[in-house]
Design a protein around this ligand. Structure first.
Ligand code: CTP
Length: 430
């Protein structure tokens, strides 16, 4: 299994399609997977072909489509597809399909393949709210999750017909991110995603804060939120509950994450303070502004009012420091521990550094690790730039600045490496 691909590029992916109206969204998912360089085989259930026909799947995947175990018998398709897959993604999964997967049925090509595979399985359910909330479905989902299947939480919103509630298929981009997290995750002995964060809750901050100068202008940074998102997807795949503090992030919420939107550094500081004692770990992946306007103008700053004499004068904008949330959290944990004996959350910081004349990027990273005092500091040398880029190369330092792990590759691979390094720092389960 160790040679199995850990990214979607070059992976063999079996996409199962259940019989639901949301099957049309899976066409975008297949396109996305093929676009990432995956070799995709689509296996629709017979009933799903009422919604999206085989021709669509053949055109998008560039492979013929089979649905029955009695097709392509000499090639033993029902065994081969499942055996060869590096990842199985089932979207949409109906209540009936979840029940069949849970029971280990093998009455069509899709369920037979799911029974054969030793690869991670991601399931994206879509159904009416009543079906999703039925004890049978809840139990099926719980059992599948226990076995290491990533069953995504359905999105909440308008369903087919006039009803609305939980039951919508997550957006294709969110399923794609979940697929990325599953294929990169550590595995158990059966090849399923290792659920080493079950019972844990993580607070992950993501994105970049905005500091308003006046009602139309703000100071911001280039952070896309993708590293925080990758951490959230990776943690969810491994069984954690996730609170995701999102500072100005324009990405689909990871299914199952509790998203908490914030704008400024002060709002983020307040949110982290309100939540950090309730979680097992705080991961500060957000790019937090170090400075904010000393005073936010209530009306738009007008150039003619500053330069009333018609000159080219520019405003002098006074700034003040924001709270260092990471450092503050470390100090708060120590104070709370002294008072109550509670261990408090494990704390992880990020540091993107460019080397200067006096010190290399790594030396600055080590010094920052010691200064911040977090359990882990994920150091990234950005001398050649990274913001918004897909790939990353990091060193994970402890609070003394000693390197304990390295990771290179996609943000998802980095995310799993950070979670691996975090495990020994988590507080004991009470
Ligand atoms: N951070 C924070 N609060 C701030 C600034 C940063 O919690 N006001 C956190 C970031 O989320 C990150 C870590 O601190 O996890 C390091 O961020 P960075 O901007 O590199 O550190 P700074 O303290 O701003 O250090 P410097 O200005 O020296 O680069």
């Amino acid at each position: 299994m160790s040679s199995a691909p850990r990214t979607l590029a070059g992976a063999r992916i079996l996409v199962g399609v259940g019989g639901g109206i949301a099957a049309y969204k899976t066409a975008h998912l297949v396109r996305g997977l093929v676009g990432e360089g995956a070799d995709v085989r689509v296996v629709p259930t017979v009933s799903s072909l009422e919604f999206v026909g085989a021709a669509t799947w053949e055109a998008l995947s560039h492979h013929p489509v089979l649905t029955s175990v009695f097709e392509d018998v000499e090639e033993v398709a029902h065994v081969r597809f499942g055996q060869q897959a590096d990842l199985v993604v089932i979207a949409p999964a109906t209540a009936d399909l979840l029940a069949r997967l849970r029971m280990g049925r093998a009455d069509d090509l899709l369920t037979a393949s799911a029974l054969v595979t030793r690869a991670p399985v991601v399931v994206a359910p879509a159904m009416h709210t009543e079906m999703w909330e039925h004890p049978s479905t809840l139990e099926n989902v719980a059992v599948l999750r226990e076995r290491g299947v990533t069953v995504l939480e359905p999105a909440v919103g308008r369903l087919t017909g006039p009803d609305s509630g939980p039951g919508r298929l997550p957006e294709p981009s969110a399923i794609l991110d979940a697929a990325r997290a599953a294929i990169a995750a550590p595995r158990d002995e059966r090849g399923a995603v290792r659920r080493d964060l079950v019972g844990r809750e993580l607070l992950i901050t993501a994105g970049g804060t905005r500091e308003e100068l006046d009602p139309v202008r703000f100071l911001a940074n280039h952070s896309s939120g993708r590293q925080g998102w990758a951490l959230a997807h990776a943690a969810l795949a491994r069984g954690a509950r996730v609170r995701l503090a999102a500072a100005n992030v324009d990405l689909e919420t990871p299914p199952g994450a509790r998203r908490l939107d914030v704008g400024s550094a002060a709002e983020l500081a307040e949110l982290v303070a309100a939540h950090r004692r309730e979680v097992d770990a705080l991961i500060m992946a957000a790019a937090v502004a170090d400075f904010t306007a000393a005073e936010r103008a209530t009306a738009k700053i007008k150039k003619d009012e500053i330069a009333g004499d018609g000159s080219d004068a520019v405003p002098a904008i006074a700034l003040r420091r924001t709270q260092d949330i990471l450092r503050h959290s470390v100090l708060d944990r120590a104070a709370h521990h002294a008072e109550t004996g509670e261990a408090g959350p494990a704390i992880v910081g990020f540091a993107a550094e460019t080397g200067g004349e006096d010190a290399s990027a790594l030396e600055l990273g080590r010094a920052k690790a010691r200064r911040k005092g977090a359990d882990l500091l994920v150091f990234n040398d950005i001398t050649s730039g990274v913001f918004g880029a897909a790939d990353n190369a990091v060193r994970i330092l402890d609070h003394d600045g000693e390197e304990i792990a390295r990771a290179e590759g996609t943000k998802t691979l980095v995310a799993h490496a950070v979670l691996d390094a975090l495990l020994p720092s988590l507080p004991e389960v009470s």
